[in-house]
Design a protein around this ligand. Structure first.
Ligand SMILES: NC(=O)CC[C@H](N)C(=O)O
Length: 303
């Protein structure tokens, strides 16, 4: 089977890439970990490797935060966040000043901090975090999904760039709550721990037109799912997004924990985890594994 071949391919390699050491607990993960899970329409999940082991989903959480924020304020979101690739690193500060505190897209850190500010409306920070966690548990049909409090604490201690981004956006009037509250939500959502299996299940509504294929129930409108996929394709891998579209050919969202959620429209939701990152902060072996999978299965959205 193709997943076994992928596992064999990566298990002989040692050029893992770099761990995200700026978040201390992520710097201590075994770089040899590798898992991949494919969730199909019928609810079946095929997986190999460390696919049951929870890892820090980090920026993959931005996909779910975007879905929730669109559900709350709809198109008004686009007055506060753009929809263009940034061409910069995920935590870049320079572009934000040129563009008056309006982040390029919802998947860079600044954009996701705005999403958290939206999710805070009418809520205490704890409730906003709880809402995201409940959404993930509902999507995966798994109440075992938790936040890794050590990772959340490390994000806060070392989050100087994120504080800078949030403070600057506050100065521009693009945050409606104190920066530390929006960041509290942001750090906790990045620190959610999920396995490849849980993540692949959670992504199914994006693969199947906004519907959870197991229950037949609508999660979001088909238009919302289509738009989230479009942003994943164009912006989901920061300034490596063009290369991901070129080599893998499906919408995807990476996180510095080494995970990638990839959506094959009408076919499957795929999650892969390998903690070593390439120069753009995206999982090195995760990208290679997805490239093999989409090529062998003929799953590229580009035909
Ligand atoms: N790309 C990522 O996964 C970055 C998320 C990380 N929590 C940060 O704020 O830097």
């Amino acid at each position: 089977m193709i997943l076994d071949a992928i596992l064999r391919q990566v298990s002989v390699r040692r050029d893992y890439g770099a761990l995200a050491e700026y978040i201390a607990p992520l710097g201590r993960i075994d770089p040899g970990k590798f898992g991949i899970a494919v969730a199909m329409r019928d609810g079946g999940v095929i997986s190999v490797g460390d696919a049951e082991e929870p890892f820090s989903i980090q920026s993959i959480s931005k996909v779910f935060a975007l879905t929730l924020a669109l559900g709350k304020i709809g198109d008004a979101l686009w007055e506060r966040v753009g929809r263009e690739p940034s061409g910069n690193r995920f935590n870049s500060i320079v572009q934000l000043e040129y563009e008056n505190g309006v982040p390029r897209n919802p998947f860079i850190n600044a954009g996701a901090i705005v999403l958290c500010d939206v999710l805070l409306a009418g809520h205490e920070p704890k409730e906003a975090i709880g809402e995201t966690l409940r959404f993930l548990r509902f999507l995966s049909d798994d109440d075992g999904i938790l936040i890794d409090s050590e990772v959340a604490a490390a994000e806060k201690t070392g989050g100087f760039r994120n504080f800078a981004l949030a403070n600057f956006m506050m100065a521009c009037g693009n945050l409606l709550h104190p920066p530390e509250l929006a960041l509290g939500v942001y750090f906790h959502q990045c620190a959610v721990a999920m396995s490849c299996r849980q993540l692949a299940l959670a992504g199914r509504y994006l693969a199947f037109g906004g519907v959870n294929p197991s229950t037949g129930r609508s999660v979001v409108s088909p238009q919302c799912a289509r738009r989230v996929n479009a942003l994943m394709l164009t912006c989901g891998h920061y300034d490596g997004s063009g290369d991901f579209a070129f080599s893998v050919g499906v919408p995807g969202k990476s996180g510095v924990g080494g995970g990638i959620l990839a959506i094959v429209p009408d076919v499957a939701s795929v999650a892969v985890w390998s903690p070593g990152l390439n120069e753009h902060g995206n999982s090195k072996f995760g990208t290679a594994a997805l490239q093999t999978l989409t090529t062998e299965m003929n799953w590229s959205v580009f035909g």
